[in-house]
Design a protein around this ligand. Structure first.
Ligand code: NAD
Length: 471
């Protein structure tokens, strides 16, 4: 078992001064395969101080130099792609083959995409007699979740570094390996000391210490709405800049005349990806009442294809959840929905002998007010809901506290696009159009504040400053 006792601060690996060794669990074998020593309060201070010392120099570094550094990080990560896929698959439970593509290949490509976007970004422009400069926000605390660990880290650290900010990263304590390997990539890339710093630890101690730190200018947080609300209150008390990427309860709205089979298949796939542990998962399938029975039949036939098993087995489609606690929470929401009158479509598949599994689940007989139709489940659970007429369908789609993503299915007419425009969600796909990493991503309502991805992601870490020039 690998015992990690170091943090990356001021350009070097240094011993962590915290009191605990946090275990990292293989979600299939249920065994601890690594531990990470937590940072002490002093370590957090030291990391922030290093980021502060490095800030002026890095902010003044010409963009082409910062861009070249980011490309070197991408190259060093690429050399570690196998180790990253192994670790993330064990931590999170995503099938290894899929993890290599989605959890590793895509984020590494995103480092290069951000570098490309920064190349012709337009750091300065003129408005009349004003010179408008894009200036880095300062010292950024990046706090990330476990579900797509490298992807979430990339969506913050790459654009922040390109913008000229310096960073202290605190990754999820449940999936810290990507951050550990990133620190090594930063070291190999030869960034100036203090530009990127890594501290390990849990949210309540180490995360909170970063958010409260008076010398942190901005908090970029991705995680639950529960933690986000608390972080927003703390950071808001200090008027810190903040970007919050929080939970979701995304709808897939099937309009009359849509290809129902394609809609059900893709919605179920979007819901089951990463065993439902995806913030933008399409977890509510909304169909015209007349199509409800047909949709249920299609979903039932597809469920058998979600074979649970060992994530390292190429035939596995559905891995375990991240932890025992998550498994119990998700099973509890399913049981609660059934007690409240919902019905499981088909029968629950047998669980493997070990691993934090929940069987792929589709629930019918659900009403919009049930917890399972309103709360983020973060497990492999799709709810079927019927609607009566377009207005009802749009109201149902928008009828939760969240507004992160959504999907619309319909004939290729302006009517379908018009329906998509009415969803109060940051990213909406029509008829299964694929994810676009250059397009903005983020939430309305309790799904968050701000946008990541593409040039919007870089703008998050910049402040416009205007200098009025004399005639
Ligand atoms: P979480 O909120 O429990 O933890 C996220 C991170 O915040 C972790 O690093 C944790 O240690 C830290 N944290 C927790 N409490 C803190 C505090 N008081 N102060 C500072 N840091 C604190 O979330 P999670 O369980 O790791 O991730 C799952 C959640 O993340 C889901 O709700 C999911 O929807 C959301 N998510 C959102 C997006 C998005 O882009 N909107 C993407 C991925 C995940």
């Amino acid at each position: 078992m690998a015992k990690h006792t170091q943090l990356f601060i001021d350009g070097a690996m240094v011993p962590a001064g915290g009191a605990h060794d946090l275990p990292v669990t293989d979600s299939f074998t249920e065994e601890t395969f690594a531990t990470y020593r937590t940072a002490s309060a002093l370590d957090v201070d030291t990391a922030v101080a290093a980021a502060r010392r490095a800030f002026q120099g890095w902010a003044a570094t010409p963009p082409p130099v910062r861009i070249a550094a980011v490309r070197r990080i991408a190259a060093a990560l690429r050399d570690q792609a196998e180790a990253l896929a192994d670790a993330i698959s064990r931590e999170v439970g995503m099938p290894r083959k899929l993890a290599a593509r989605i959890q590793v290949g895509a984020p590494i490509a995103a480092w290069d995409m951000y570098a490309d976007l920064a190349t012709d970004f337009g750091w300065e422009s003129r408005i009349g007699h004003s010179l408008v400069q894009q200036v880095p926000s300062g010292i950024v605390a990046c706090i990330t979740p476990w579900n797509y660990p490298l992807h979430q880290i990339t969506g913050k650290v790459a654009p922040a570094l390109l913008a000229g900010c310096t960073v202290v990263l605190k990754p999820s304590e449940l999936a810290p390996t990507s951050a550990f390997l990133l620190a090594d990539a930063v070291r190999q890339a030869g960034l100036p000391s203090g530009v990127f710093n890594l501290v390990h630890g849990n949210g309540a101690e180490v995360g909170e210490a970063l958010v409260r730190h008076p010398d942190v200018d901005m908090v970029s947080f991705t995680g639950s709405t529960r933690a986000g609300r608390h972080i927003a209150a703390v950071a808001g008390g200090d008027i810190k800049r903040m970007a919050l990427e929080l939970g979701g309860k995304s709808a897939s709205l099937v309009l009359p005349g849509a290809d129902l089979a394609a809609a059900v298949k893709a919605t179920l796939a979007g819901c089951m990806l990463n065993s439902g542990q995806t913030c933008s998962a399409t977890t509510r399938l909304l169909v015209p009442r007349a199509s409800l029975e047909a949709a249920e039949g299609i979903a039932q036939a597809l469920l058998a294809g979600y074979r649970m098993g060992d994530p390292s087995d190429g035939a596995t489609r559905l891995g375990p959840l991240i932890s025992k606690a998550q498994q119990q929470k998700v099973q509890g929401l399913i049981d609660g929905a059934i007690a409240a009158g919902a019905r499981r479509v088909g029968v629950a598949a047998d669980l493997p002998a070990h691993g934090f599994f929940v069987p792929p689940t589709v629930l019918a007989g659900v009403t919009p007010d049930m917890a399972v139709a309103q709360e983020e489940v973060f497990g492999p659970v799709l709810v079927l809901l019927a609607y009566d007429g377009l207005e009802d369908g749009i109201a149902l789609a928008n009828g939760t506290d969240y507004g992160l993503a959504g999907a619309v299915w319909g004939p290729p007419t302006p009517h379908t696009l018009a329906a998509a425009r009415r969803l109060r969600a940051g990213q909406v796909d029509i008829n299964g159009a694929p994810f676009n990493p250059a397009a903005p991503f983020g939430g309305f309502k309790k799904s968050g504040i701000g946008r990541e991805n593409g040039r919007f992601g870089i703008e998050e870490f910049l402040e416009p400053v205007s200098i009025q020039l004399p005639a």
